[in-house]
Every structure is written in structure tokens, then in C-alpha cells.
Design a protein around this ligand. Structure first.
Ligand SMILES: C[S@@+](CC[C@H](N)C(=O)[O-])C[C@H]1O[C@@H](n2cnc3c(N)ncnc32)[C@H](O)[C@@H]1O
Length: 155
């Protein structure tokens, strides 16, 4: 009979490894057997049970509050975003009444999301080739740059 590690079970159910661990710790799904080294061992029944729990969850609302675009509450301030990802900072700044003036993001997947939500905003891909003179005048520059080389998680 097929046995799954926690990582394999999480992948089979399409949730993050940590999310599955939290569901187990918090009793959202009942615990599974452990092997002699103390690692969880999931049967197919366990995986099916966890998948059923996941299907029973209501999808989280996409946003807690309705989108308030800068034009609804203009402050006149502009924000330029670097390492934009999928635009998390932009959403917060727009909620505060800022207009997004510029974005810079290299990942094609992220760029598609940005293009969809901010179709009119000028955008650049690789920051290493960005000419600063092309960045529109902005009141705030924001950037959540990649932190892998600084992260304590690597120590
Ligand atoms: C920590 S994430 C930022 C997440 C973002 N704050 C959000 O709300 O989604 C860092 C981002 O920097 C982007 N990035 C990495 N190297 C880059 C480069 N050379 N030029 C532009 N963006 C880059 C990555 O693709 C990634 O999306």
C-alpha cells in the first residue's frame, strides 16, 4: 500500500508542507501514524481525508475590503515599485490613496499579473538594466528585494 511522507502528502493535496503541519498540530485534521524515527507516515486514506478537509474550506476572500483605487481617494502622491512581484505593496499604497507610477519586475509570471492589474503603468524588467532617468518622478520608492542572501533561514 502506498505510503506518503508529509512532503509527499502535502504535494498530493496541493497545500504547503507547513500548512499541512499546522492543520495536524491544530487538530483540523486528525494525526497520522509515525515511523520509528518519529516522522509522520500518511496512508492513502489519510491523504483522501485531508483532501476532503481541504475541499470543505471556503476560499478566502481575495481582499478584506473592496479595492479603493487612487482615483477614489486621491492624495496626489505617487509610488514607484521595484521588485514588484505581484504588486502587494502597490495594493497597500493604492488603499492609502497613492497612484502607482512605475513598476520593475523581472519574472514573466509576475509581470503578467502586474500587466493585468496595472495595464497602464510603465514597467521595466531587469533592474540591473534600468536607466534611472526613465523612472517617473515619484514621492515614494518601495521595493521588497530578494532576501535569500541575507535571510537568517540560511544560517
Ligand atoms: C520578495 S519578492 C517581492 C514581492 C512583492 N513585494 C509582492 O508584493 O509580490 C522579490 C521580487 O524581486 C524580483 N526580482 C528578482 N531579481 C530582479 C531583477 N534583477 N529585476 C527586477 N526584479 C527582480 C523577483 O522576481 C521577485 O518577484
Amino acid at each position: 500500500m502506498r505510503r506518503y511522507s508529509q512532503r509527499e502528502a502535502a504535494a498530493a493535496v496541493c497545500v504547503a508542507y507547513g500548512t499541512l503541519g499546522r492543520w495536524l498540530r491544530e487538530g483540523k485534521v486528525s494525526e497520522v501514524a509515525r515511523d520509528r524515527n518519529g516522522y509522520r507516515v500518511f496512508t492513502q486514506d489519510d491523504v483522501d481525508r485531508i483532501a476532503a478537509y481541504k475541499s470543505s474550506l471556503k476560499p478566502a476572500p481575495r481582499r478584506a475590503k473592496p479595492i479603493k483605487r487612487a482615483q477614489d481617494a486621491p492624495t496626489g502622491y505617487k509610488v514607484a515599485s521595484f521588485f514588484s512581484g505581484i504588486g502587494g505593496f502597490e495594493v497597500g499604497f493604492e488603499d492609502a490613496g497613492f497612484e502607482v507610477a512605475f513598476q520593475c519586475e523581472v519574472e514573466p509570471f509576475c509581470r503578467k499579473i502586474l500587466e493585468r492589474h496595472w495595464p497602464k503603468v510603465p514597467r521595466w524588467d531587469d533592474i540591473a538594466t534600468l536607466d534611472h532617468a526613465t523612472i517617473p518622478i515619484s514621492d515614494v520608492w518601495v521595493g521588497g528585494f530578494p532576501c535569500q542572501d541575507l535571510s537568517l533561514a540560511r544560517m
